[in-house]
Design a binder for this molecule. Structure first.
Ligand SMILES: Nc1nc2c(ncn2[C@@H]2O[C@H](COP(=O)(O)OP(=O)(O)O)[C@@H](O)[C@H]2O)c(=O)[nH]1
Ligand SMILES: [Mg+2]
Length: 361
């Protein structure tokens, strides 16, 4: 299962968001206490296609896609140089697959901001600088080894690549922003560079900042568009209230806010998508289920997600796009309309493909 890390300054709302995503029951505190462990949990990725298929098949079980979420504690200004406990956790972020930057825009006198002012873009810069410095340290140590050791021709390509990365970081640019080929990316993969990981920004706002022309929200939206990073705007406080409601009240509450979906649901899907993941679906009277694959996975790889025997004995995949199935109203009708295709091993799966694999054992 792939992992997304919630990263941010203390008291930005990470624990609140982790609880909302995973129901992990992590303690939420109004003051930064310095006590710090990595908290983790598993989040369901909400998918309305599953609800629709469940209405169609009345299965015994509905299984959504999932991703792991961890809260990275203790990042403050100076962490990469050993301030606070942050340095330890920078190493921990190296193992995750994507980073969610939790940015505080809410104002609350009972929750003191560690830097004494509300400025989400400045907070982002503070945290990104720590990630950048940490990457710089990793690359410089490696470069030193490459230049002082016996110089091998095979190391030359790596050395040039690392120098390019170091130059970018030195100018305050992330490794993500570099235009790298597949070979270069795989050379870098082992370093777990923090600024190379896909990112999502989460702006945690007050209720009043959710709608209308809020200048803070607008500035962050513009910066996200410039950086090409997906942005989710939500109020963790309101999301916590929504989470207490039953399904009907919840729908009413959301329609009062003028939205169809809670911010937390949007966040889960944004992180899933930033991780490069899509879902294919299987449906029957036993189970309706979303299965996670990488974007670009083939039908045979998808079959292997369910069982290695299905991949090995793969004959054909019967595939219908979810939207085609919905338009047809039933699998039988979709078949009559010629919407159900037979695909081979090499077929590249699309998000929302409803699939039945034919295989021999
Ligand atoms: N007013 C307000 N308070 C919030 C919001 N999100 C979190 N908080 C509060 O801020 C404090 C710190 O939240 P927490 O999730 O523990 O932050 P963390 O340190 O980043 O894990 C807690 O008292 C939360 O109740 C919000 O959207 N609005
Ligand atoms: Mg916390």
């Amino acid at each position: 299962m792939l992992t997304a890390a919630l990263v941010g300054l203390p008291l930005s709302g990470r624990s609140t968001v982790l609880n909302l995503l995973t129901g992990a029951g992590v303690e939420v505190r109004a003051f930064a206490t310095g006590r710090a462990e990595t908290e983790r949990g598993v989040a369901n990725v909400p998918d309305r296609r599953l609800t629709y298929l469940a209405d169609m098949y009345h299965p015994r079980k509905v299984t959504p896609a999932q991703l792991e979420v961890v809260e990275v504690p203790g990042l403050v200004r100076g962490s990469s140089e050993g301030a606070g406990v942050g340095n330890r956790f920078l190493a921990e972020i190296r193992t995750v697959d994507a980073v969610v930057h939790v940015l505080r825009a809410f104002t609350d006198a009972r929750v003191p901001h560690p830097e004494g002012r509300i400025d989400p873009l400045a907070d982002l810069e503070t945290v990104e600088l720590e990630l950048l410095m940490s990457d710089l340290g990793v690359l410089e140590r490696r470069l030193e080894r490459l230049t002082t050791g016996k110089r091998k021709a095979a190391d030359e390509a790596e050395r040039r690549l690392l120098e390019r990365c170091v130059a970018a970081l030195g100018e305050g640019r992330s490794v993500r922003s570099l235009d790298l080929g597949a070979e270069e990316r795989s050379l870098l993969a082992g370093f777990g560079l923090l600024t190379e990981k896909p990112a999502v920004w989460l702006l945690n706002v007050d209720e009043g900042q959710l709608t209308g022309d809020d200048p803070v929200r607008r500035r962050v939206q513009e910066a996200a568009a410039r950086a090409g990073v997906p942005l989710v705007v939500l109020s963790a406080k309101i999301e916590s209230e929504i989470a207490q409601l039953g399904p009907e009240e919840r729908a009413l509450f959301l329609s009062d806010l003028g939205v169809e979906e809670s911010g937390i649901d949007r966040l889960a899907r944004a992180a899933y998508s930033a991780l490069g993941l899509i879902s294919f679906l299987t449906a029957g009277p036993d189970e309706v289920r979303a299965w996670t694959i990488r974007r670009g996975a083939t039908a045979q790889e998808a079959a292997g997600r369910i069982h290695s025997d299905i991949a090995r004995g793969f004959i054909r995949a019967e595939v219908v796009a979810f939207e085609d199935l919905r338009a047809a109203g039933s699998m039988a009708r979709a078949r009559e309309l010629g919407r159900v295709r037979l695909e081979g091993k090499e077929y590249v799966m699309a998000d929302g493909d409803v699939v039945n694999f034919r295989f021999h054992v």
